[in-house]
Design a protein around this ligand. Structure first.
Ligand code: BDR
Ligand code: CA
Length: 316
């Protein structure tokens, strides 16, 4: 199976990326690191530990990452994910600090893990790119040990946090700039794809029917209903909330359900209305760094993978 590392900022959809990565036999989830993003880092770290326990992924190590962007102040998205960063459920287990390995921060930890890895590792990011941006800056010797970096973020067209920018990129545009220019094989899963991963009422019904109403499946349903409500309020998404982050994991499990186009992509780091925009050169007019951009995904196939993972976690 494919060795992967997941850097995330849970976050409702990040939590679902954790389940999908932890419960698919094609992937070997080596561990999780956390980043500031949807909430402050102390909250996203706590959420990762709570959720990993709830999902029965008790052998997964969680390593704390950076608590702020490389050059800017943190942003957060309480309007989408609530004050805790993972609001909406009463089924969360009691916090257990033993799930967190805080003897070392994620960036030095990952440098050692990669250098010692027998084969190159795929790095996934579902939050701002701060940890990977610093890793590539401080430890460029790890580059040959990175198979690729797959991240959720950016957009070809409009943004979701500003008119031009997607949240993960806007939070730390300098980190994204470093990653894009690192020479590592980079794959972007933009809003155009993640906005097709809609948790419709039909998906919720299937989840309800196929799971046996364990505390875990109740927790997932409650989290998804909270996410549905905030997406209705903030974005007027009335069909259901988009499950952005697990699309990255689905891409690694089943690349055949995506279409991909390689193109030049630059990120705007100048302050102004376009800060954090991913400028996608569809017609090949520039020498921007070349990135694989996923263009489409089959949502039914995506939710089949997601449901299998929820059912497996439910049976734990
Ligand atoms: C991204 O922003 C966060 O709120 C989500 O977790 C996702 O990673 C979508 O723009
Ligand atoms: Ca996220």
């Amino acid at each position: 199976s494919l060795p992967i590392w997941l850097d995330c900022d849970p976050g409702h959809d990040d939590a679902m990326a954790i389940v999908l990565a932890g419960y698919n036999s094609k992937l070997n989830l080596l561990g999780i690191s956390t980043c500031h993003g949807n909430q402050s880092h102390d909250k996203t770290l706590r959420n990762a530990a709570l959720f990993v326990k709830a999902a029965g992924l008790t052998n997964i190590r969680i390593i704390p990452g950076q608590d702020k962007p490389i050059m800017r102040k943190s942003l957060a998205a309480p309007d989408i994910h609530g004050e805790s960063g993972l609001d909406g459920t009463h089924e969360m287990p009691v916090f257990d600090p033993r799930f967190i390995n805080d003897s070392e921060k994620a960036v030095p930890y990952l440098s050692r893990l990669l250098l010692q890895a027998p084969t190159p590792v795929t790095l996934v990011a579902t939050g701002p790119l701060t940890n990977y941006g610093l890793l590539l800056t401080l430890y460029p010797e790890v580059i040959p040990k990175i198979k690729k970096i797959v991240f959720m973020g950016g957009s070809i067209g409009p943004g979701n946090y500003s008119a031009a920018a997607e949240f993960n990129i806007l939070v730390d545009p300098e980190a994204a700039h470093i990653v894009f220019n690192s020479g590592v094989h980079v794959c972007m899963v933009p809003l155009e794809v993640s906005h097709t991963a809609i948790v419709t009422d039909r998906v919720l019904e299937q989840l309800d029917t196929r799971c046996k109403s364990s505390p875990f499946s109740r927790l997932v349903i409650e989290l998804l209903l909270f996410f549905k409500k905030t997406y209705e309020e903030v974005f007027q998404f009335n069909q259901g909330p988009p499950l952005h982050d697990p699309c990255t994991i689905a891409y690694l499990i089943a690349p055949e359900i995506f279409t991909v186009k390689t193109m030049g992509v630059d990120v705007v780091t100048d302050n102004g209305p376009c800060l954090g925009q991913t400028v996608c050169d569809i017609y090949g007019r520039t020498s921007y760094p070349k990135i694989d951009v996923t263009m489409t995904m089959d949502p039914d196939a995506f939710f089949r993978l997601m449901l299998d993972a929820w059912v497996k976690a439910d049976g734990q």
